[in-house]
Ligand binder design. Structure first.
Ligand SMILES: N[C@@H](CCC(=O)N[C@@H](CS)C(=O)NCC(=O)O)C(=O)O
Length: 221
């Protein structure tokens, strides 16, 4: 059986969990916080979650994990047929990750953990986030899913990046990131009704207290 290592507050972990749930693949969750412990580095060389354990060994990096799950060919496909169509989905996923998730992440420490992020990093993140949202408006189809009429890997990145990015933009820059992006808001509302999304959100809420205590013990703040 597949085993998903990580923790329920992690947005990357939740992208993989959502894919597994939507595909109906059986899996076990192995709760572990990101760390640089030797035992964890042996399965995740950058000390990050998620890690997927399969019959052959361990896979780190969400995009590699998602591609592996997809290649198993079970459950509903999260990539369309056709090389071009697939490339468009991957293009969207990369845009969301590189230009929305990562700039927002650079400010998580201040937005969520009470630490201070350097002003220059904040300014760069703000600019990149606005550019990332602009690119998503241009590239996304939202018909009703990000890449078209069916759920795809691009939606996983969207669902578990844009909400956090919007929170960062609101808290640090007093910007309503989705203020003039009604299609994105509508899609988030649609996802909020999905039972798998609700289960993932409930698991996240349940772990939030212990996770914050873990972060405080590790970094202070
Ligand atoms: N590039 C990685 C990013 C994963 C990631 O950043 N995970 C976070 C949790 S949401 C983490 O493990 N952070 C710990 C760290 O960076 O030390 C992926 O795609 O899986």
């Amino acid at each position: 059986m597949l085993r998903l290592h990580g923790f329920a507050v992690s947005n990357y972990y939740n992208m993989v969990k959502f894919a597994l749930l939507e595909k109906g693949l059986p899996f076990e969750e192995v709760q572990v916080f990101a760390s640089r412990d030797e035992a964890f580095l042996a399965i995740s060389p950058r000390g990050k979650v998620p890690v997927l354990e399969c019959e052959h060994g361990y896979i780190s990096e969400t995009s590699a994990i998602l591609e592996y799950i997809e290649a198993l060919g079970q459950g509903p496909a999260l990539l369309p047929k056709g090389a071009y169509e697939q490339a468009r989905v991957r293009e969207l996923a990369r845009h969301i990750e590189l230009y929305i998730e990562l700039p927002a992440r650079a400010c998580y420490a201040q937005a969520f953990f009470g630490l201070q992020v350097d002003r220059a990093i904040q300014a760069k993140s703000r600019e990149e986030l606005l550019g990332g949202i602009d690119a998503l408006k241009r590239l996304g189809k939202f018909a009703p899913y990000v890449a078209g009429d069916s759920l795809s890997i691009a939606d996983l990145y969207f669902l578990y990046s844009v909400d956090l990015a919007a929170a960062v933009a609101h808290k640090l820059f007093a910007i309503d990131l989705l203020g003039d992006f009604p299609k994105a808001k509508t899609l988030l509302e649609r996802f909020a009704e999905n039972p798998n999304v609700q289960r993932i959100a409930a698991d996240k809420d349940a772990l939030m207290g212990p996770f914050l205590a873990h972060m405080k013990a590790r970094f202070g703040g």
